[in-house]
Design a protein around this ligand. Structure first.
Ligand SMILES: *Cc1c(COP(=O)(O)O)cnc(C)c1O
Length: 490
């Protein structure tokens, strides 16, 4: 049975806890607050006990798929296992109970951790400095684009074009447009990597930079990367790398050595901090030496044996976060990097690549991979041949849920028809990968013998096929409009 809304469990007068009587003199609200700041009606809140809430939330969590409960091959999102050690360290009182306004002298350990994390990220990427402030990959993109704009402004010239490949993650053109750039698309060639000829045609003196993802969203390494960065540098345009796919490069290759001028990392993907459901991320931005003056301040610096805050670069683009970023996420990422070490990280990168290629080799006879060369940490197959049976990529994704696997990313990247983007990550065992292969092959069988079963999936879950478009276009978040009578009737 589906779990009712918490408001439906409400019983008048029931409380989670009761405060002792206040010993502070009462103040007349009408005196203390102007009329427009006062409620005219009590808020409509559920009246429930703590136990009601615990059961409700626990039941909801069990209706969900999660990395801790299911295989989660969500391409591009790197849903890997989040080691519990990270949680233990982040919960240490010296980290968890620190106030962001505490004087530097009282938080030396935390500042040391942030300082060392920056150095570790520089070491892994070959960049010269990082800001740890951005709270997500997309916010890192925005900060990076502000740095690109500031770079050209410092040279007293206007550059308004941002080149972006057709395989890019949707956040790239969105961030560029939001930063006031004109987005111009660069085509991928038949190999699935950037078509250098097409890039050359778009290279004018108005180009501020090029945003590329490497490995790209097809899971392929941009093998022409040094040629590409050379072409951009000839015009003094900057190469921005969307580093959300850094998982495949860990300890193997450093973007700084490919001519990348700046990039963001997604700590909540590559560096194993929990994500999903919208919550907390971290997208540090790293820059090459000549751009470090543009980083947002403040930055942690070391003065002798002490750590302190400095204002950041002289021409810094200004803070992008209220304080110093999502520090809890930074602590987890630091713990992950230190507990694996250089060798462990490299092994993680290599295993991610092997796992993806293992799945690809065992599925591509039934699910063709249009850009089929050796892949990095993920690959994209097409399900367009299933259309003949009236089955879509969405149907197969939903059917996978019935088999106890979360679904891969579907319909992205846009250059693959009925795309199915699979990223197993390094943390999955061969047994789990084999189970996924069996499920995918069984579904291919069902498409032939019982396509309705696939079209009407999921069948074994509490919630069947939902109308996602309606939910997105007409979200109804007001309980009062759902209304008790209406729900009873339903
Ligand atoms: C996830 C992702 C992003 C966006 O990162 P968020 O933290 O979700 O904002 C950007 N680019 C690529 C390639 C990604 O996979």
């Amino acid at each position: 049975m589906a779990e009712p809304l918490i408001i439906e469990r409400s019983v008048p007068g029931r409380r989670g806890f009761r405060l002792p009587p206040s010993d502070v003199p009462a103040v007349d609200l009408e005196q203390a607050l102007p009329a427009e700041a006062r409620r005219t009606q009590a808020p409509h809140l559920p009246e429930v006990s703590e136990f009601d809430v615990v059961r409700h939330v626990t039941r909801l969590s069990q209706l969900n798929f999660a990395v801790d409960t299911h295989f989660y091959p969500l391409g591009s999102c790197t849903m890997k296992y989040n080691p519990k050690l990270n949680e233990r360290v982040a919960a240490l009182p010296g980290f968890a109970w620190t106030h962001p306004l505490q004087p530097a002298g009282e938080v030396q350990g935390l500042l040391q951790l942030l300082f060392e994390l920056e150095q570790l990220l520089c070491g892994l990427t070959g960049m010269s400095r990082f800001t740890l402030q951005p709270a997500a990959g997309s916010q890192g993109e925005l900060a990076g684009l502000k740095i690109i704009a500031a770079y050209h402004q410092a040279k007293r010239r206007r550059r308004s074009t941002m080149l972006i490949p057709d395989s890019a993650h949707g956040t790239n053109p969105a961030s560029a447009a939001l930063s006031g750039f004109q987005v111009v698309q660069v085509r991928s060639g038949p190999e699935g990597v950037i078509d250098v000829k097409d890039l050359k045609q778009h290279l004018t003196d108005d180009v501020a930079g090029f945003m590329l993802t490497n490995p790209n969203t097809l899971g392929l390494f941009e093998s022409n990367i040094t040629t590409i960065s050379g072409l951009l540098h000839e015009r003094d345009a900057l190469v921005y790398m969307d580093g959300a796919n850094m998982n495949a490069l860990l300890g193997i290759a450093r973007p700084g050595e490919m001519g990348v001028d700046l990039l963001q990392l997604n700590l909540h993907k590559t560096f194993s901090t929990p994500h999903g459901g919208g919550g907390p991320g971290s997208g540090p931005v790293g820059v090459a030496e000549r751009l470090k003056d543009f980083l947002p301040g403040p930055q942690v610096c070391r003065r002798g044996r002490r750590y302190a805050w400095d204002r950041g670069g002289r021409r810094g683009v200004g803070r992008v976060h209220g304080f110093y970023g999502n520090v809890g996420v930074l602590v987890r990422a630091y713990t992950y990097i230190r507990s694996l070490g250089r060798e462990g990280l490299e092994r993680a990168g290599r295993t991610a690549i092997i796992n993806a290629n293992y799945l690809k080799a065992n599925l591509q006879d039934l699910y063709p991979v249009p850009y089929g060369r050796f892949c990095m940490h993920e690959f994209v197959c097409t399900l367009k041949h299933l259309k003949a049976q009236g089955v879509t990529a969405m149907d197969v994704a939903k059917r996978l849920l019935d088999y106890g696997c979360y679904a891969p990313t579907v319909y992205f990247p846009l250059i693959v028809d009925e795309a199915f983007m699979i990223e197993p990550t390094e943390t999955e065992s061969k047994e789990t990968l084999d189970e996924f292969i069996r499920a995918m092959r069984a579904i291919a069988d069902e498409v032939r013998t019982a396509p309705d079963r696939v079209r009407q999936a999921p069948q074994r879950l509490t919630v069947r096929r939902v109308d996602e478009v309606k939910a997105a276009r007409e979200p109804n978040l007001r309980w009062s409009e759902v209304g008790e009578p209406a729900r009873r009737a339903g």
